[in-house]
Design a protein around this ligand. Structure first.
Ligand code: AKG
Length: 400
């Protein structure tokens, strides 16, 4: 892969992007003019063009951050995607050399577009494809050291023997019929053993260098702080490399957690290491399954909360302990009263404050320690509290 190859691959995508301009026909005419002009004549791109393209991106970024994210008009986010693509083309056109800085900057441009833009119909994976072009370039031209095996994340072996909690049943990879009738229909949690033994992730993800090599330069949102209900909790964008170095191995400072993030949509190469469980076919809709990554150091906590979808939480690296409660026990768990937080409860099941929350004594807690290769089925609306007992990577599959 040479610079010429990068040019050529981007040129092919440029033709597709030009065809998708009607998707943003509602855009103001000044911005439209800029995008049209430079997409149709990439050779005319100069430093002044970069300033104009960046101004379109900045303006769109301002627009999408006004009001409720879910109500943002799609054409604004599609414009971010298209303008980001053009910004990348401009970056390549004016590059003096293909040094590390150039590659780093390329990934920064692409990830901004992935995080704040949205897929265009003509090529839904436009920016992911751009990222792959640059990843290939990195692998070929910047030979990275071999992954060292002794640098693996530590694994903690613990038994589930929490007092005052019922252990969640563990079963060996059930047949589809058994899982459907006894757990999905009856809405019962269960730990599944030996269902993901074939996942390459179980071996590959043990090693932090694997992520650094594959995606170290990619930007992701990291949650900083102990629990999302704390007032000092915040989020920060950083590269996966920086996150691993500063937060996965950290012993002081705030906890950093790559939590509930659709990492596999951003970096499809990682998706090859896992497979969607067949049990997800028991669905009431045609909607696709949401696949979320949870990557953090020892001690990450997801406060007691519930979600609307079925969930297969799969432990890939390290160990987590979970407490579950049936939706029938909601009143004993003291959900927050604010409407934005009413799916989150105030009780910490590890050390419940019975003076403050006396009704908790009526709640029936279920507990498990989830080990690498195990999957926990969490039925919709079941309350769950999650604590990582070591460095941990989990993947959850949410579906309706
Ligand atoms: O692993 C965690 O920290 C939380 C997982 C979770 O809440 C979920 O998958 O719904």
């Amino acid at each position: 892969m040479t610079c010429e190859d990068i040019h050529e691959d981007l040129q092919k995508l440029t033709a597709i992007v030009v065809e998708s301009l009607p998707e943003i026909s509602m855009l103001n005419s000044a911005s439209k003019l800029i995008l049209n002009e430079y997409l149709n004549n990439t050779k005319s791109i100069d430093h002044c063009a970069i300033v104009k393209i960046q101004a379109v991106i900045d303006y769109m970024y301002e627009q999408v951050n006004i009001g409720n994210w879910r109500e943002v008009k799609l054409f604004l986010r599609k414009t971010i995607t298209i303008a980001t693509f053009l910004r990348l083309v401009a970056h390549v056109e004016l590059a003096q050399s293909m040094e590390n800085k150039f590659i780093e900057e390329s990934f920064k441009i692409i990830d901004f577009g992935i995080l704040f833009g949205c897929p265009i119909d003509r090529e839904p994976e436009l920016l992911q494809k751009c990222a792959s072009i640059f990843s290939k370039f990195c692998q070929k031209n910047h030979e990275l050291e071999e992954i060292s095996r002794d640098n693996s994340f530590e694994v903690v072996n613990l038994k589930s023997n929490y007092v005052n909690a019922y252990p969640i049943q563990i079963i060996d990879c059930p047949c589809m019929e058994d899982f459907y009738s006894n757990y999905i229909i009856k809405e019962q949690p269960v730990v599944l053993d030996n269902c993901v033994n074939h996942w390459p992730a179980l071996d590959k993800w043990k090693n932090p260098d694997y992520f650094k090599k594959l995606a170290g330069l990619r930007t992701v949102p990291i949650e900083l702080g102990k629990v999302y209900t704390d007032s000092d909790w915040t989020q920060k964008l950083m590269t996966i490399g920086e996150f691993i170095d500063k937060y996965i191995y950290q012993s002081n400072g705030p906890t950093g957690y790559l939590a509930q993030y659709q990492l596999f949509d951003q970096i499809p190469e990682l998706k090859r290491d896992i497979t969607e469980p067949e049990y997800c076919c028991f669905s009431d809709t045609d909607e696709s399954v949401d696949v979320m990554a949870w990557f953090g150091p020892k001690g990450t906590i997801s406060a007691l909360h519930h979600d609307p979808k079925k969930n297969l939480l799969t432990q890939v690296v390290g160990t987590k302990q979970l407490f579950l409660f049936s939706p029938n026990d909601s009143e004993f768990l003291y959900p927050h009263s604010h409407e934005l937080l009413n799916n989150t409860a105030q009780v910490d099941p590890r050390m419940p404050d019975l003076e403050k929350f006396p009704k908790y004594k009526n709640a029936k807690a279920y507990h498990c320690v989830l080990k690498p290769g195990q999957m926990l089925y969490i039925p919709p609306k079941w309350w769950h509290f999650v604590e990582s007992l070591s460095i941990s990577f989990s993947v959850s599959f949410w579906w309706n």
